[in-house]
Design a protein around this ligand. Structure first.
Ligand SMILES: Cc1cc2nc3c(=O)[nH]c(=O)nc-3n(C[C@H](O)[C@H](O)[C@H](O)COP(=O)(O)OP(=O)(O)OC[C@H]3O[C@@H](n4cnc5c(N)ncnc54)[C@H](O)[C@@H]3O)c2cc1C
Ligand code: SF4
Length: 400
């Protein structure tokens, strides 16, 4: 993917991120999981993949002192997971950064074609009224408000070209649950434990993912008494997540009232790839000994081993799939040619001097793997270019 981005979008440095990945892995103490500590859900995915002869491996995680409580989606209660609040933010503060929490940036301020600061708002509460203030930039403004917030802020500020807000990718994903004769007790492990990348060429990544009941109960079959039975069966459930490298794209727009409008439609080709991924996840479950599989598709409650071929052959529409998206990206994408993207290869917004983007919005296409490390690597690359530009005297082009 990074080679494609270098060749197709002019991001030459995308071929050379090894050092940034290594530094980020060191900072976040990333370690490959010991199979003994994955939990049974991950071990079953590993056994199923091995029986089918498809490639995969234990997931590398930023959670060294993890006690395998599977509560990751609710926030790590013991800060074993090296989130930004225990890694990069303290380092930034130690280096002189000042943080203001609870503040919304309303507008990027531009004078003479150059970004010079931001206008901010602090919401009021029972004790104090709402207030606004501005921050003037010494060198540059860097926007890192995520693939929804960044285009919203840029549009609200009247900045950027037509690519701002377009090209939204989300890695559509679904759970494929299964009932095993043995007790899996998936909550006695880590949430994401084992990946299967043998179908990468088809745009499919499988990840053994088991979430606490309060989060994962949503994919269990049925309603009423049937759903209650499935809940009571939770100790026997296993789960694999299916993630698609989507070619379909959506759009983020600011509405007149300042709120956000997000539209995204999965096309039929991508829907077919998701169905392919669900079928492969079902095969992994069955190869590991599952008795039945729950594909999360409207009208198809349960699959048994002999049903996989007919499931794949059925005409399943995009709207029949029950999907989620955890990785928004691409809405201010980099492209050397401003007709193709919002930002130049150094992360600066085409058409506005002194304004940079440093988040998942920069990705030219869907990435295909969980994005955190690549976002950090991209932010580091942009940061270096911001620092480099700050050291140079203003050119006639940059000067307001
Ligand atoms: C449940 C869940 C699990 C995930 N698990 C993984 C995982 O295991 N591995 C992985 O690689 N990725 C994972 N991801 C995805 C990952 O968290 C995101 O892709 C990543 O955080 C995106 O980074 P970002 O910097 O682009 O944006 P964000 O992390 O979204 O940061 C943007 C920030 O800007 C703030 N903001 C927005 N607008 C404004 C404004 N106007 N003023 C001030 N602040 C603003 C937002 O509040 C937010 O804090 C997961 C996501 C979810 C939801
Ligand atoms: S499983 Fe997740 S929430 Fe629990 S300790 Fe490990 S990182 Fe933290």
């Amino acid at each position: 993917m990074l080679d494609d981005w270098a060749a197709g979008f002019g991001i030459d440095w995308a071929r050379d991120l090894e050092g940034d990945f290594a530094e980020a892995e060191d900072m976040l103490r990333v370690q490959r999981l010991d199979p003994e500590r994955m939990g049974r859900n991950g071990q079953l995915a590993m056994e199923g993949a091995a029986a089918l002869g498809v490639s995969g491996g234990p997931i590398a995680r930023n959670a060294g002192a993890c006690v395998q409580c599977s509560s990751c989606p609710l926030g790590c209660p013991i800060d074993a997971k090296r989130g930004m609040h225990v890694s990069y933010l303290p380092r930034a503060v130690a280096a002189g950064a000042r943080l203001r929490a609870g503040v919304e940036v309303r507008r990027v301020l531009v004078e003479g074609g150059r970004a010079v600061g931001v206008e901010c708002r602090v919401a009021g509460d029972g004790n104090r009224p709402a207030s606004t203030f501005t921050v003037r930039a010494r060198h540059a403004v860097v926007v890192a408000a995520g693939a929804f917030g960044t285009p919203q802020l840029l549009s609200r500020s009247g900045l950027g070209n037509d690519a701002v807000g377009a090209n939204l990718h989300i890695h559509p994903a679904c759970w494929v649950g299964a009932r095993y004769p043995e007790e899996v007790r998936g909550w006695e492990g880590v949430m994401q434990s084992y990946y299967v990348d043998g179908w990468e060429a088809q745009g499919i990544l499988l990840e053994a993912t088991f979430t606490p009941l309060a989060f994962g109960g949503a994919w269990l079959v049925g309603s009423g008494a049937e759903h209650q039975r499935a809940m009571l069966d939770y100790p026997h459930m296993g789960s694999i997540g299916v993630q698609l490298t989507d070619r379909s794209a959506g759009r983020v727009r600011g509405a007149g009232d300042g709120s956000l409008r997000i539209s995204y439609g999965l096309d039929r080709a991508d829907a077919a790839r998701v169905v392919f991924g669900i079928a492969r996840a079902a095969e992994v479950h069955f190869a590991a000994g599952a008795a039945e599989v729950y594909p999360n598709v409207a009208g198809v409650k349960v699959l048994r081993p002999d049903d996989v071929a007919s499931f794949e052959a059925a005409r399943i529409k995009p709207a029949d799939l029950r999907l989620e998206g955890f990785h928004p990206m691409g809405t201010a994408r980099i492209a050397a040619d401003p007709r193709q993207g919002a930002c130049a290869p150094d992360g600066s917004l085409h058409g506005t001097a002194g304004l940079y983007v440093a988040d998942a919005s920069l990705f030219p296409t869907a990435l295909g793997v969980n994005p955190m490390m690549t976002i950090i690597a991209f932010a580091k690359q942009v940061g270096r270019r911001v620092a480099g530009a700050a050291e140079r005297p203003l050119s006639a082009v940059d000067r307001p």
